[in-house]
Design a protein around this ligand. Structure first.
Ligand SMILES: Nc1nc2c(ncn2[C@@H]2O[C@H](COP(=O)(O)OP(=O)(O)OP(=O)(O)O)[C@@H](O)[C@H]2O)c(=O)[nH]1
Ligand SMILES: [Mg+2]
Length: 205
């Protein structure tokens, strides 16, 4: 089980498969150097970013799914810990950001679905909704995607959201974190914070 969460009553979490760019997005948001890297599985325990005088924490949850050199057992444990963390803190978590790699997410989802498995991303999306956490899907690495509309519609389709993707701008946010282009994500998070009457937290996004 993860330890070391700061005692804060408001939280926004970032979750998703390994290597999708969670830590890169958090670095862009905070200016803090969350460890990022080419090697999947870089983040093994949550990274918490908080402020002494603020009752708020941003959390970078470890990635799961395939990670080279990480045994299957460890990968499963990380995923279970992520799910438990979200369940345990569902009351504090105001927004859950599920980060996808726009380049590979649809292919990975389809590969798992073809094998009769529930893909991790789809499972986590529905889990966040089931525990009542407003969810934003940050579709990252859009710099590697040619046809943006086609890819975003495919992502919506796999998550059970009818096309066109443009009607889901509070839920689906195309970003290129590496180049600092994350406005659709910050706008979507701000909308959810505003809806929960937490305009006091808009300054963090
Ligand atoms: N092309 C491209 N690469 C990106 C983008 N964002 C992140 N990356 C790269 O993707 C790799 C993984 O990024 P991380 O931020 O470490 O990913 P993570 O989701 O935190 O990975 P774990 O900690 O393993 O779960 C790094 O090499 C990043 O530079 C992007 O928008 N475009
Ligand atoms: Mg990371």
């Amino acid at each position: 089980m993860f330890e070391g969460r700061p005692d804060r009553s408001a939280e926004v979490v970032f979750c998703g498969r390994s290597n999708v760019g969670k830590s890169t997005i958090l670095r862009e948001l905070t200016g803090h150097d969350f460890t990022t890297g080419k090697k999947p599985g870089v983040t093994r325990s949550p990274g918490h970013y908080d402020w002494v005088s603020e009752d708020f924490v941003l959390t970078d949850l470890p990635g799961f799914g395939f990670m080279s050199g990480v045994p299957e057992e460890v990968r499963e444990t990380i995923k279970t810990d992520v799910v438990h963390y979200i369940e345990d803190h569902a009351d504090e978590i105001l927004v859950g950001v599920l980060v996808l790699d726009g380049k590979s997410a649809v292919d990975i989802i389809d590969r798992h679905a073809d094998r009769g498995e529930v893909p991790h991303d789809v499972e986590l999306f529905h889990f966040l909704q089931d525990v009542g956490i407003p969810t934003v899907v940050a579709v990252n690495k859009m710099d590697k995607v040619d046809d943006h509309d086609e890819r975003l519609n495919a992502v919506c389709d796999r998550l059970g959201l009818p096309s066109p993707w443009q009607q889901w701008q509070d839920t689906v946010a195309p970003v290129t974190a590496k180049r600092g282009s994350i406005t659709p994500l910050t706008e979507a998070v701000r909308t959810h914070l505003h809806d929960q009457r937490r305009d006091d937290l808009l300054k963090f996004f």
